[in-house]
Design a protein around this ligand. Structure first.
Ligand code: TRP
Length: 338
């Protein structure tokens, strides 16, 4: 099957820092798997990042490269999929503007992801661009006519809004965009190393895909675990314990995991052993990723080429969609009608 016959995926991240284990199990793992079956567009959403990082364009620039290295390291393949820099396909901005006309203000106001972020950002003086980013995300997805959007759990409300906006567009101007489905990874929400509900850079409770072995060992050693277990012979709790959540997510030696859980609940194993085995498992998981990273770090032209080619392909797809959109909306004034 050639890419032309395949259904499409668009998904992406904001370039605001390196990717971590939560990104992997929540989304990236699905992306690597699905790129065999789908024609994939992986978007580096630098426009979107500017909504709340305008004072750090240098950081955005750096992250574009960092995210690309993370993607290549986990096995996203620019030979199969397109890596796209959002600001280099300005049709994203054009479609976002047109779809903002189609989106009632109330839909934005009740978007739960936006609501959660607004609390944080109102005190920082949030920009109009930030406020309307869910509409720009709708445009990101609609531009290549994506059928599926594999994302982390927090992004699902945006995909729901996408369905509503494209449905409204299609009703007003004729069938143009598919209504995309969302898909969340095998671990919807990986807790932070501190036991917080979510791994997040701003909380500083993150293990990065680019962490060295020693950093992993140190972070795992200081991980939050069952707080009631002050001695190794006290029976511990496995549920809600981030150390075991990580064992479940990353330790491929299932016998070892069930043995540890069994002894933990009986008070027959110390935290040191449980954590040591976890650190080893995470390092085993990261080793092939590290190996690929080392290769790409030594071949920066390959990385650049991946971005250049992917963006070029996305641009040509975007131009075709925009021609159709203008025609459907009746604003292609210079195209001969006969
Ligand atoms: N909002 C997403 C994030 O913060 C990034 C993103 C931008 C995205 N456009 C998208 C995700 C389109 C999926 C589809 O990670």
């Amino acid at each position: 099957m050639t890419n032309k016959d395949k259904k499409r995926i668009l998904t992406g991240v904001r370039p605001t820092g390196a990717l971590h284990l939560g990104h992997y199990v929540g989304a990236l793992e699905n992306w690597t798997r699905l790129q065999e079956e789908y024609d994939c567009f992986f978007l580096i959403a630098d426009y979107q990042a500017m909504g709340d990082h305008l004072d750090d364009i240098e950081g955005i620039r750096r992250s574009v490269y960092e995210v690309t290295l993370d993607w290549l390291s986990v096995g996203l393949d620019p030979g199969k999929s397109s890596f796209v820099i959002q600001s280099h396909v300005p049709e994203h901005a054009e479609l976002a503007m047109l779809l903002s006309m189609v989106t009632p203000l109330g839909w934005l106001e009740r978007n739960p992801t936006l609501k959660a972020e607004r609390v944080r950002l109102e005190s920082e003086g949030l920009s109009v661009g930030f406020y309307t980013y869910p509409v720009s995300q709708v445009a990101d997805i609609a531009l290549p006519k994506a059928n599926l959007v594999p994302v982390g759990e927090d992004q699902v409300p945006h995909i729901e809004m996408t369905r509503e906006v494209v449905r409204r567009f299609n009703r007003m101007f004729g069938q143009t965009f598919p209504e995309p489905d969302s898909l969340v990874g095998r671990v919807a929400r990986l807790p932070g190393t501190d036991g917080e509900a979510k791994m997040s850079k701003s909380l500083g409770n993150v293990i990065y895909l680019s962490d060295e072995e020693e950093a992993v060992n140190q972070k795992v050693r200081s991980m939050y675990t069952d707080p009631n277990r002050t001695r190794a012979d006290i029976p511990g709790r496995v549920e809600g314990n981030p150390v075991f959540a990580y064992h479940d997510a990353f330790n491929s030696d299932h016998d070892e995991v069930s043995d540890l859980k069994d002894r933990y609940t009986k008070g027959l194993v110390g935290d040191v052993e449980v954590k040591q085995k976890l650190a080893n498992a995470i390092n085993r998981f990261l080793d092939p990723i590290r190996e690929k990273r080392t290769y790409y770090e030594g071949h920066p032209m390959v990385v650049k080429e991946a971005l250049f080619e992917g963006t070029r392909k996305a641009k040509s797809v975007a131009e075709a969609t925009m021609r159709e959109v203008r025609e459907k909306m009746g604003i292609s004034y210079f195209v001969d009608e006969s």
